[in-house]
Design a protein around this ligand. Structure first.
Ligand SMILES: [Mg+2]
Length: 445
């Protein structure tokens, strides 16, 4: 899990010769200077560098080590470089795909989260909470309600989605690096208040996946990706669910055909915006829109039509793939056998698979399930199959979705933003009485 980005291995070499066995705490001696960001490659490389700095910062915080001020300066320079993109040539938000093509991008996630991180590191947690409380309406009321809701409970499973739930939505998955404050709040809650903290995301596990954007302390979370079809356990062992080789061969063909679309000028941009192209275990996702709707609707629909044509060609009777269009992403998922014929693999199936490998003792609550969209409901339903002792927190402003979640799990709290959920979890971990909580190695509290 340490510095998985191979392009950055030079940083490891720099550390050689360090005599004490504490390399993993060492914040790499890279000074991010002000730099031009002209392409997505520049953007993603800069963000990868911030991960290389943020990850050991979190580790140091949990080990009661003081971090150096230079690393904060580097994070500030990363932010300033991104802010610069906004002001260049009086054209706002332009990033170039190549010499001829450019695209409007929204870097507000990247800039805002870097700003929050440096504020957190410079001013400490009390001032930081004050700072983010000013960014949201009724912040204090939501947090107090949340603390009462959690009631200092010790949870068996903490099953949570990432994007939109514990992480603010970002225009580009590759640059959605987890902020330091986010990792501190989450890891603290997970290690002190829960026994089995599990991320279940629809993004891939690695190359490029949840492991590449997370900076939580090591060995704290089980990272499940591709809706739970693949996961990394506490001991960093990877598990993958069985996939029918015939279906896998069809998915390989699909990956190839969709990949070819990048060479068509009209489709190239979809490989950079939003989720981009993600080749997952048992699934392919391609973005047709990002969170800020940067793509004109007719161009977005054109991609949907072309992708649907390819799927129909490869799977004329519709038995191998299920297509789920979220409006932002086109997800093409291999089917699994369900009670009434084939169905698509959901996060509930993923949770059952993790349980089959690790033995989560799902009959023993309480459990906490967190999500932000309808695709997170299956994990809630699955947990409820085993016990009623279930708490749910959904991050949504969608009244219909909120109503649906409450009808499934009456013990539900609705909050409007990931930052509010994070604050509830982070503070709850401070106020609960220490007892049986699973304590991750390296966590000092
Ligand atoms: Mg989500």
């Amino acid at each position: 899990m340490k510095y998985p980005d191979r392009s950055l291995t030079i940083l490891d070499e720099k550390e050689q010769g360090f005599a004490l066995p504490i390399q993993e705490y060492s914040i790499p001696d890279i000074d991010i200077s002000l730099q031009p960001i002209r392409s997505f490659k520049d953007l993603f490389r800069l963000k990868a560098l911030t991960r290389v700095i943020r990850s050991p910062i979190v580790k140091n915080i949990f080990s009661a080590r003081v971090i150096n001020l230079r690393s904060i300066e580097s994070l500030k320079n990363a932010r300033r470089s991104l802010e610069d993109v906004y002001n260049r040539d009086y054209e706002t938000n332009i990033i170039y795909i190549d010499d001829l093509h450019s695209i409007n991008v929204d870097l507000s996630y990247e800039i805002r989260e870097l700003k929050k991180d440096t504020y957190y590191l410079e001013h400490g947690e009390d001032d930081f909470i004050d700072y983010i409380s000013r960014l949201y309406n009724m912040f204090d009321q939501h947090v107090i309600k949340g603390l009462n809701f959690l009631d200092s409970l010790q949870f068996n499973c903490f099953v949570t989605d990432r994007d939109g739930t514990t992480n603010n939505y970002c225009g580009h998955y590759r640059s959605s690096i987890q902020p330091v404050y986010n990792a501190v709040f989450l890891s603290r809650f997970a290690s002190l208040c829960t026994e089995n903290p599990i991320f279940i995301t629809s993004a891939p596990l690695k190359n490029f996946g949840i492991l590449d954007v997370s900076v939580n302390s090591d060995n704290v979370f089980i990272y499940a990706a591709s809706k739970g079809r693949e996961f990394l356990d506490f001991d960093l062992v990877e598990h993958r669910a069985y996939i029918d080789p015939v279906k896998q061969a069809r998915l390989d063909q699909l990956n190839l055909r969709i990949g070819e679309l990048e060479h068509k000028h009209e489709f190239e941009k979809f490989f950079y915006v939003g989720s981009g192209l993600q080749l997952k275990f048992g699934q392919l996702t391609i973005a047709r829109q990002d969170v800020k709707c940067s793509i004109p609707e007719d161009e977005s629909m054109e991609l949907l039509r072309s992708v649907s044509d390819i799927v129909r060609e490869l799977d004329p009777d519709g038995s191998v793939f299920r297509v789920n269009d979220t409006g932002r992403d086109i997800e093409i998922i291999l089917t699994v056998d369900g009670e009434n014929g084939v169905k698509d693999f959901d996060k509930g199936d993923g949770l059952k698979y993790i349980d089959s490998r690790l033995g989560l003792d799902l009959g023993r609550g309480p459990h906490l399930v967190c999500g932000d969209t309808a695709s997170d409901i299956p994990m809630l339903k699955t947990v409820l199959e085993y016990t009623d002792d279930v708490y749910a927190i959904f991050v949504t402003r969608d009244a219909e979705l909120a109503k649906k979640v409450v009808s499934i799990c009456p013990n539900t709290l609705i909050v409007p933003s990931p930052d509010i959920l994070l604050t509830i979890l982070g503070i709850n971990a401070l106020t609960r009485k220490r007892q049986k909580g699973r304590k991750a190695p390296g966590i000092f509290i």
